[in-house]
Design a protein around this ligand. Structure first.
Ligand code: GDP
Length: 359
């Protein structure tokens, strides 16, 4: 999301252009503004070189281009309500900020000022959240007074949020201790409670280092504990238009970048969602499976099949680095590096898993 003319569609189109990516990077458009992208992961390619599987199956996530956010969106300006609704359905937001000068491209507010822009959008989302809260509070207060326990929890959560939002801060600044409160907070689906990644869209000359606009954003984001990514949107578009992987790599080298901004964006977004991948590597396929950070082995087994979770006996785990170092599963076994893990094992990103289960 972001104000008009900050480079959202440019970035989205880079993502959606199959040519934008190295081989093995499909994208499919579900609706004009929704696409499914695969999460780039070099580990899959390297494992496939060892295992020689029939296919590689990467992890995927869905991305939405949210248009139409302007001042007054919470009151319905610029189809604001529809687009705010689109945000509600997401798990995290990428907030694109214009950090480039270009007289030919109009800024809705006349000047380039990413901090002001960020605040315009934040304010709209905060107003919408306050509306949500006020819609709930009176009802829950009544029920709480009548002795309803859930309503009491809700009132505590709603009040804490209200206080922060009225100060012009985002709901994500509030953390809750108890499980009940955390659940109630989650069930509100507040817009400003969602994790955020700021993307500074800069000109080519600032692609590697950023510029004074993006430095300001970094300062503000740091205070919020949020992450920032610097991307040269227009340059990404140029990279996307190149045919061969080698040409793209050459262009990136010239800019002093190791990886395209689009790739970095997807990886960061995935981390922002608190998602990690474990891998299964077999002759049929090398596949990335998505799980939530902190999940234990049986829960992860359940991602593959519910029967795997129900009948879970143990997991055989190979660390990615060991697999690469020893060059085969048999060699890892021989070296005594194969971990036999039980129900309490917390799966780590990049683990190569083999589950044993009763049917
Ligand atoms: P959106 O309204 O946020 O989706 O913005 P667009 O992606 O449509 O971009 C608006 C205009 O800005 C287009 O003409 C783009 O070509 C241009 N643009 C996008 N990113 C950059 C950039 O990094 N530098 C410059 N100079 N222009 C850009």
């Amino acid at each position: 999301m972001g104000l008009p003319n900050v480079g959202k569609s440019t970035l989205f189109n880079c993502l959606s252009s199959a040519k934008a990516q190295a081989a093995n990077f499909p994208f499919c458009t579900i609706e004009p503004n929704v696409g499914v992208i695969t999460v780039p992961d070099e580990r899959l390619t390297r494992l496939a070189e060892i295992v020689n599987p029939g296919r590689i199956v990467p992890a995927t996530c869905e991305i939405v281009d949210i248009a139409g956010l302007v001042k007054g969106a919470s009151k319905g300006e610029g189809l604001g309500n529809k687009f705010l609704g689109n945000i509600r359905e997401t798990d995290a937001v990428i907030h694109v900020l214009r950090c480039f000068d270009d007289e030919n491209i109009t800024h809705v507010d006349g000047t380039i000022d990413p901090i002001r822009d960020k605040e315009i959008i934040d304010t709209e989302l905060q107003l919408k959240d306050l509306e949500t809260i006020e819609g709930r509070l009176a009802k829950d207060q009544k029920a709480a007074a009548a002795g309803n326990k859930d309503a009491k929890v809700n009132v505590a959560v709603l009040t804490a949020y209200k206080e922060v939002l009225e100060k012009g801060m985002n709901a994500r600044n509030v953390t809750f201790e108890s499980k009940e409160e955390q659940q109630a907070a989650h069930d509100l689906f507040l817009l400003t409670a969602k994790p955020v990644l700021y993307v500074c869209n800069v000109d080519e000359t600032a692609a590697k280092t950023g510029n004074e606009y993006s430095s300001k954003v970094e300062e503000v984001a740091k205070a919020e504990g949020a992450e920032v990514l610097i991307i040269a949107g227009k340059t990404e578009e140029d990279i996307a238009s190149l045919e061969s992987y080698e040409d793209k790599q050459l262009f990136l080298d010239e800019l002093g970048l190791e990886e395209s901004g689009v790739n970095r964006l997807i990886k960061k977004a995935y981390a922002l969602l608190n998602l990690e991948t474990f891998i299964t590597a077999g002759e049929m396929e090398v596949k990335a499976w998505t799980y939530h950070k902190g999940w234990k082995a049986p829960q992860c087994a359940g991602v593959i099949h519910t029967d795997f979770e129900k009948g879970f006996i143990r997991a055989e785990v190979i660390k990615y680095d060991d697999y690469i170092e020893y060059g085969s599963e048999a060699a890892v076994r021989e070296a005594g590096k194969l971990g036999i893990e039980g129900k309490e094992y917390v799966v780590q990103d990049g683990d190569i898993m083999h589950f044993r289960f009763n049917v």
